[in-house]
Every structure is written in structure tokens, then in C-alpha cells.
Design a protein around this ligand. Structure first.
Ligand code: ADP
Ligand code: MG
Length: 398
């Protein structure tokens, strides 16, 4: 359907309803996000207000309302761009939905996102990042404490992606089968667990349950969906809302995506630096010490800042009850990225990120399952870019 036809239908509906939204005129088109929806900057109503019109074939208003009500209960709705109205548009047997949102941001022709702005502006960074992480840990309270099987936690975080075709294909692309338990990282003496093995069924865990705080999560908490305005962040795009989700999910997702964007593993990233960053981001929780390296100082600052509000969840640093779930969220974020990235190089980088987090999970006292064995181990060649190979145990000759 042409946008001009859609606007005509919207104007008709609005006139009938007398809701003062018509007339709607296009000011600009956004290059758009991931969902395939069409997003326009529009002028609407008789007093020419500016808003965002999102046209998609799924109705996101229900899920938005749920998120908004929850945030309002926690007095966090001021950080969400409000849905003004939503219309169902039917034409020639096709149904579309048009949602009109409040504009977030000060500059009406350009909306600046997390990576664009926070990363480049030092003064903004501190208060902004702090507000973002405060939002993450407060908007969907109360958090419910549950004892869950690790695979179940992972399923709730990966949602529709869990073991789907694209997920399995991603492991195939990087040459990692599901029956191999351990990975030896080439060029290092590091042994990592294979997440594909550990999360393809629940039997692996032999009844193990870990403590996890759960609530609704945003589900796509990344730079494109965090609009930075003069004095506060505004969160948009709640269409991937996750239920019963690990409370650390959104934070670790933002972190993993930022790391992947920033370090440009696709081009000529220093792979050893990547491995070291994965190691330090998975080892410490409140304290992270990203390795020194070219261009790394920004990342060093940002990552510790991102972790600062973990104290809202675990105010006593001696409380280690939730550590396993913190690591699991890192595994989930790594696997979501691995599934999504197009290039094998980036997929491998994300896989390593996930594996490092899984290692810390297995090593945690409450889990205690880090027992690497060369009997089920393959050499994962990323640093040296040759094909993966299995570790062959040769009998020692007398
Ligand atoms: N309320 C809003 N205020 C300002 N910009 C917005 C708003 N909603 C969407 N945008 C811009 O449009 C882009 C795509 O919108 P989004 O709702 O995230 O769609 P998608 O589901 O395709 O990711 C966003 O990344 C942002 O740049
Ligand atoms: Mg989006």
C-alpha cells in the first residue's frame, strides 16, 4: 500500500473519531529499524505537532500498553515515548497497523541514538548512562525471585530464537557441533565450554536450579532504541517485550552489542584484544577492568559505568546469589548476536563472548560444573583463521 493511501485512510478514520489527529503529513522518512516497519516523522493535527508514525503488519499497541502501564507504576514512564493513538488499516484484504508516537529527541529532523551520542560526548555520558541503567533495573518491578533450570532461563531470554533454524545454522557456519562439550581457543591455553552443547536440552544440568530475578524485559535494548535527548534517555520500540525474563538481560544485551559495534571485529580488529575484553567483561561483575589497547579507553569507561547500577539489584557486593544469572544473561546476549551477525568472523567473536560467560557460570560455586576434558574437545580457530579441528588423544607410547 502506498503511504499516500495510508495517510488518506488515517485521515478518514481520524475525522470519524474526531480525535484531532488528522491531518497527518510526512516530514521525513527514517531509514528504519530491524523489524521491517516503515517509520516516518510526521506533522499531525490542526496545531501541527510533530510525531512518529510507524506502519507495520503487526499490532504493537497491546504490548506497548502493557510496558507503559508497568513503567508508570514504577514512575519510569517519563523515559518512554508515549503512544498517542493506533489505527487498524484494512485495504484490499490486507491489514496494516499505524501507530502514532510522541517524538523523542530535541532535533526534529534527526534523532540521535546511544552509539552516536553517548559514546562521543563525555559530559553527557555519565548522567545519561546512569539514567539508562537505572531505567533498566526499575521500570518493570517487582522482580520475582525464582529457582530455575539454566536452560529455562536461556529459553526465556532467547525467546523465539531458541534452537530455531537460524540459531542452528549459525553454529554450523562457525563449525561448532552440538555434541562437543569443550572448545580449546587457538593461540591461547584457554578451554571454554560450548554453549550449543550446554543449552540444547535440560538433561545436561541434571536437575540443577539457580536463583534468578525475573520480570518483563525490553527485549531489544540497544542503541537504536534508546534516544538521547537534552537531559534524559527516551526508550522506544517495545515490540520484543520478554516475559519472565532474567533481570540482567537488557543490560548485558546493550553491553554485548556495544562491544561488537565498537570493536569492529569484522574488519581488522585485534583478535587477542577481543578475547581479553571478553575475559574481563565476564570475570568481574561490579568491577570490570577492560584491557588497555588502542582506542580502548572509551570502552573502559563506558563498560564500568554500565555496570554501576547493578547495585540496584545487588546492593551488598558480598551477595553472590545472583552471579550465575548475571553470567547467563551474558551467554544469552552473545548467542543472540552470534545468530544475528552476518559475517562468520563476527559470529565467531560473539560465540567467544558467550563461551567466556558460560565458563564463569560453570565455575560459580552454586553450579560447580567447570570440569574441562579433552575427551570432548575441539580446537576453535579464530585467531589464526584455519578450520576447526578435533583434539585427538594419542596414547602415550612407552
Ligand atoms: N518516538 C520516536 N522518537 C524519535 N525517533 C523515533 C521514535 N520512534 C522511532 N524513531 C526512529 O525510527 C527508528 C525505527 O523505529 P523503531 O520503532 O525502533 O522500529 P523497528 O521496530 O523497525 O526497530 C528508530 O531507531 C529511531 O531512529
Ligand atoms: Mg528499533
Amino acid at each position: 500500500m502506498e503511504i499516500s493511501d495510508i495517510l488518506r485512510i488515517i485521515d478518514n478514520i481520524s475525522d470519524e473519531l474526531k480525535d484531532k489527529v488528522a491531518p497527518v503529513e510526512i516530514l521525513n522518512k527514517f531509514s528504519g529499524g530491524r523489524s521491517g516497519a516503515e517509520v516516518y516523522l510526521v506533522e499531525y493535527g490542526e496545531d501541527n505537532r510533530v510525531g512518529i508514525l510507524k506502519i507495520s503488519d503487526s499490532n504493537e499497541s497491546e504490548v506497548f500498553q502493557k510496558a507503559y502501564e508497568l513503567a508508570a507504576k514504577n514512575n519510569m514512564h517519563k523515559y518512554i515515548a508515549k503512544l498517542i493513538t493506533n489505527y487498524k488499516i484494512e485495504d484490499k484484504g490486507k491489514t496494516l497497523y499505524a501507530s502514532l508516537y510522541d517524538l523523542a529527541g530535541d532535533d526534529i529532523y534527526k534523532s540521535e541514538t546511544f552509539l552516536d551520542k553517548v559514546i562521543n560526548e563525555d559530559d553527557l555520558k555519565d548522567s545519561m548512562v546512569s539514567k539508562i541503567t537505572k531505567f533498566v533495573f526499575s521500570w518493570s518491578k517487582d522482580h520475582e525471585k525464582k529457582y530455575m533450570c539454566p536452560t529455562q532461563i536461556m529459553k526465556n531470554e532467547l525467546s523465539y530464537r531458541y534452537m530455531d533454524e537460524k540459531y542452528e545454522k549459525a553454529f554450523e557456519d562457525i563449525g561448532v557441533p552440538k555434541d562437543v562439550k569443550w572448545i580449546s581457543l587457538d593461540g591461547t591455553d584457554t578451554i571454554l565450554p560450548n554453549p550449543y552443547y550446554f543449552f540444547n536440552n535440560e538433561n545436561v544440568w541434571k536437575g540443577l536450579k539457580v536463583t534468578c530475578l525475573t520480570s518483563y524485559a525490553h527485549g531489544d535494548f540497544q542503541g537504536d532504541n534508546i534516544i538521547i535527548t537534552e537531559n534524559k534517555p527516551i526508550i522506544i520500540d517495545f515490540c520484543d517485550l520478554l516475559e519472565d525474563c532474567n533481570v540482567f538481560h537488557d543490560l548485558r544485551y546493550l553491553e554485548a552489542i556495544t562491544l561488537g559495534d565498537y570493536m569492529e571485529t569484522n574488519k581488522n580488529c585485534d583478535k587477542k584484544l577481543w578475547v581479553n575484553a571478553c575475559s574481563s567483561l565476564s570475570e568481574g561483575i561490579m568491577e570490570v577492568d577492560i584491557p588497555q589497547g588502542k582506542g580502548m579507553s572509551l570502552l573502559r569507561q563506558l563498560m564500568s559505568k554500565l555496570r554501576e547500577n547493578v547495585k540496584l539489584i545487588v546492593s551488598d557486593a558480598r551477595n553472590v546469589l545472583y552471579n550465575p544469572s548475571f553470567y547467563l544473561a551474558g551467554v544469552a546476549a552473545g548467542l543472540i548476536n552470534m545468530r544475528k551477525y552476518k559475517s562468520n568472523n563476527k559470529k565467531k567473536a560473539a560465540f567467544i563472548y558467550a563461551s567466556y560467560n558460560l565458563k564463569m557460570f560453570l565455575k560459580d560455586e552454586a553450579v560447580d560444573m567447570f570440569t574441562p576434558s579433552l575427551k570432548s574437545c575441539m580446537v576453535f580457530n579464530w585467531v589464526n583463521e584455519i578450520e576447526n579441528s578435533f583434539v585427538n588423544l594419542q596414547p602415550i607410547s612407552a
